[in-house]
Write a protein that binds this ligand. Structure first.
Ligand SMILES: [Fe+2]
Ligand SMILES: [Fe+2]
Length: 354
């Protein structure tokens, strides 16, 4: 490898790490970029990050590493006695020769990779040392001044990345609490259909998984399913629970629920992306549904999924005034309306799963 490859410009590298923190959402992904860049920027064979739980990160003994195989990762805790020396010394610690050190066993990867030195750089969060980023090298010499400065800057970026991930986690926890509260509101309003929202979510997620949806997209389908009927809180119970046909006036009241639900979630920053799924869950695939009479791909995919999940759940569950229909009959109904009411592709996938 050329020298230029081994020692990239530290400013460029740190800028790249900085932008990875703003681009990537997953902490593991960011930390693996940090350890990889750290190895190149300091000419180290192995780079590890260790963070104390509860101080900064909720994940216990958070590790990221570069330069060791998967089988070694289980034994990473062996190096903790060495890395934690920088906790007490509160500065960069350089260990010249493991074999002369008393604490802990010499980590197996250090032995097998002929590692000679370890430089442990403390991760500082406010006044505390909360972890370390460790650079293992086969060279005997300590890091150069420039490499040390680079390592210290990388340590700061590591702390920022972890702190940011913790904030995201906190926000998500708040988000899930909000979802639960809202879903409870729907269930309390109409105890006849108790559990409908949760089952629609379950079916919607089955379809999403079958379609291979991942991450945020998958979650929105599930949460959209959970909250699809949120707007029913604005509809009178006498209408919601009416066993017979609705009068035109009652129907008018009933069909505003997708719009109302979408408006409610739009007002919450964390939920506003669910608004289109909720708004369009009563659109019909060939047009003529409500509120906007959209057709085919104009209808968000999440709404097309929820529509099938919703209809199946409604058909198969018991109501005080009627017994739910069996699977066979409900599947037949879905098939009969595939292409008109429902997206035929979604129906095709769902009936295979159910
Ligand atoms: Fe609905
Ligand atoms: Fe529903």
């Amino acid at each position: 490898m050329a020298e230029a490859d081994l020692c990239p410009d530290p400013v460029t590298t740190l800028t790249e790490v900085g932008s990875s923190i703003t681009i990537h959402q997953e902490l593991d992904q960011i930390l693996s970029i940090i350890v990889e860049k750290g190895a190149r920027g300091t000419r180290s064979q192995v780079v590890l990050i260790e963070v104390q739980p509860n101080e900064l990160a909720s994940k216990p003994e958070l590790f990221a590493c570069h330069g060791v195989g998967a089988e070694t990762r289980n034994h990473l805790s062996q190096f903790i006695p060495f890395s934690r020396r920088c906790y007490t010394e509160k500065e960069i610690v350089f260990i010249k020769d493991y074999r002369l050190e008393k604490e802990g066993a010499v980590p197996e990867f250090a032995r097998s990779q002929r590692i000679k030195t370890l430089t442990a750089v403390p991760l500082r969060w406010r006044e505390k040392i909360v972890g370390a980023i460790c650079f293992f090298r086969t060279q005997k010499e300590p890091l150069t001044r420039q490499e040390k400065n680079f390592a210290a800057a990388l340590a700061t970026q590591t702390v920022i990345a972890i702190q940011q991930a913790e904030l995201v986690l906190e926000r998500q926890t708040g988000y899930f609490k909000t979802i639960k509260i809202l879903a409870n509101v729907i269930d309390r309003k109409d105890s006849y259909t108790h559990g409908h929202s949760a089952r629609v979510m379950e079916y919607a997620l089955m379809i999403a998984d079958r379609m291979g949806l991942k991450g945020k997209e998958r979650q929105e389908v599930g949460d959209g399913g959970y909250l699809h009927d949120l707007g029913k809180i604005s509809v009178d119970l006498s209408i919601l629970q009416k066993p017979g046909r609705l009068t035109p006036q009652e129907w008018e009241r009933m069909i505003i629920h997708p719009q109302v639900g979408a408006e409610i979630v739009s007002e919450t920053e964390a939920l506003k992306e669910l608004a289109p799924i909720i708004r369009h869950h009563h659109e019909m695939f060939s047009g003529g549904g409500y509120p906007d009479g959209l057709t085919r791909e104009e209808i968000p995919m999440g709404s097309r999924i929820v529509a099938v999940a919703d209809a199946y759940e409604a058909m198969t569950s018991d109501r005080p005034y009627r017994k739910g229909m069996g699977r066979e009959k409900a599947v037949k109904e879905l098939r009969r309306h595939a292409g008109t009411q429902f997206d035929p592709e979604v129906v095709g996938l769902f009936v295979e799963l159910i």
